[in-house]
Ligand binder design. Structure first.
Ligand code: ATP
Ligand code: MG
Length: 207
């Protein structure tokens, strides 16, 4: 199974999502995360974990090394923020499911609408929107964004990922969010990615 994260806007949690989806898939089969971002954010995440003696449970490699891991069962591809329609078509052709993370704010949602309009032009249903960095209730941003996406008729994951400082700590230390110590939301945050993992398996017909 090949799962790719993409967005037109930067900073919407593509890399964070790729890392945690790869961790979920690794529990079900050998998984490699292919870092398609020239910034190499995912590779650097993995390097920090290794330096901390807490290596990630899956391999993270650059695109040029990817062919070496062709025997793996699952691939997660992290990409850079793009603005080119041609890129998106290529990304789409290279995966089984395109995950489009978005934060629930107007700028991100505007960028997402542009992305989905392009996907609709390409004529594919092989994608799903993931709401990330959703502020906790009573704040309404998450629910409002979901209503908006539903109204637009976009396919959206039922689960969502909350705003949690544990994700920043995980990124800083190069570890998975549930390995963050002394943060009672860390486990909840991981469970939310597990819910998305299940939806992905289901969408790809593997469960
Ligand atoms: N659920 C979350 N709660 C709080 N912070 C988060 C969450 N998810 C991601 N972040 C933080 O948001 C920032 C951007 O996340 P990330 O690097 O995953 O986004 P990205 O889309 O890959 O960015 P880029 O476009 O630069 O590649 C990081 O500082 C990350 O720690
Ligand atoms: Mg990134």
């Amino acid at each position: 199974m090949i799962i790719t994260t993409a967005s037109f806007k930067g900073g919407v949690a593509k890399t964070t999502t790729a890392i945690h989806i790869a961790a979920y898939l690794q529990e079900r089969g050998d998984t490699v995360l292919i870092d398609g971002d020239p910034n190499r954010s995912a590779c650097r995440w993995a390097e920090r974990g290794l330096a901390n003696n807490q290596p990630l449970p899956f391999k993270v490699v650059g695109v040029n090394q990817a062919a070496r891991y062709r025997a793996c069962e699952h691939f997660v591809i992290d990409t850079e923020a793009r603005a080119e329609a041609e890129d998106l078509k290529e990304i789409l052709e290279g995966c089984d499911l395109l995950v489009l993370p978005t934060t629930p704010d107007t700028l991100s949602l505007d960028a997402l609408v542009q992305t989905v309009e392009l996907l609709q032009k390409i004529g594919t249903g092989k994608y799903r929107v993931l709401l990330t960095r959703v502020p906790p209730p009573p704040r309404r941003e998450g629910a409002d964004a979901r209503d908006f996406l539903k109204e637009m008729g976009f396919p959206v994951f039922t689960g969502k990922i909350r705003e949690a400082v544990a994700f920043q700590k995980a990124g800083n230390d190069g570890i998975l969010v549930h390995k963050v110590k002394g943060d009672r939301r860390a486990r909840m945050a991981w469970n939310e990615y597990c819910t998305i993992g299940k939806e992905i398996m289901h969408a790809a017909g593997k469960e």
